[in-house]
Design a binder for this molecule. Sequence first.
Ligand code: URA
Length: 437
Amino acid sequence: MRPGDVIQTKRDGGTLSPEQIDAFVSAAARLEGSGWEKYHLTALLMAIYLNDMTPGEAAHLTRAMADSGKRLDLSDIEGPKVDKHSTGGVGDKTSLILGPLAAACGVIVPMMSGRGLGHSGGTLDKLESIPGFNVHLSETEFRAALKNVGLGMIGQTADVAPADKTLYALRDVTATVESIPLITASILSKKLSEGISGLVMDVKSGRGAFMKTRARARALADSIVKVGTANGLKVSAFITAMDAPLGRFVGNALEVVESIETLKGNGPKDLTELSVKLAARMVRIAFGAPDDTKPEALVREALATGTGLDVFRKCIEQQGGDPRVIDDYSRLPSTDATVHVNTARTGYITAIDAEKVGIAARVLGGGRSRAEDAIDPAVGIIVRAKLGERVTSRDAVFDVHYRDDAKLALSLPLLAEAFQVGDAPPADEPLILEELA
Ligand code: URA
């Protein structure tokens, strides 16, 4: 099969056959000897970007990408295996909360996560701010975590979906990232490799999200539900607002503190409610409950009785981390220096721009511009005044935890622009905008 013929099929708006998709994916996984060159792969990516894919093509692409690498078989571990994936946001630390809560309710949660990039944070960076926490478990260690704790939180191993690694790197430099079927296949191929039977998808929508509009978020959520289902997964998708940061803490170690506080029952309302709803859907998918009522009651009980917190403590211990951080936050990395960003006037906070806060956290050293950048786990921002709260010029809107004066100087103008104050509180907007399936 000539690569040029495959490209021509898609260029002319046709439907790729399973064999054509297989040839493309196997070349992406191993170029050498495939008869394909990188320019063939990128030309086909652009043709897909421009002419889209049918759900059937996207489902086959996803399966082929998952099959290009190792797919875990967890059938020897008893219990339903369900994970959650978010398209990423600012202050989104729900994985650290809902993973333990769902596991406390009997779900096995094999969670493979990513690192932060650009203005959005990543679960692995947050976990690694816990002294000793190892996100690079061997398969044997990961299985032991799932058996002993019900929860394992690791990074993607090199042998998971190798075709995605090549294709994602090419998309990144050829303006083809924002294709719904390509995003779907990229996300789901890695999720299928975890050996899960169910997935709860949190598609973020808004200023601080990858999907800036509701229509784009809906298109992605819809595609993920269809393609996931076609690949044998039970999938639920939520579209949730990401205009303002989730919770109050942004920054790696700071987000661990807020996650633990939430598991102790002291979390901010938005973060607690979203974590509970997503965990409840994981429980519902896992045990086939007809609606969310009973699963939600179980999750709230795990929160109220502290069994979710116990799971997080065990998870930290199992993965080599220092579980004493649960009771002693001084064991987490922190900065010596803090400054406040105040408002010039009295009024109500009417907007907080998640993207600007996320960029400010990155600029402080808490995130990356390029995948290979190192991060500082201690720096970050605490949102002292959330949307709708009343402030005077004496009140801090943000506390900035910084280490480097030059980086602080770059972040302060962003933070000064990141909020608005008005005479009346804004109308209450729901956090969960839509549910699909
Ligand atoms: N996240 C992924 O894993 N892949 C994409 O293509 C986009 C977001």
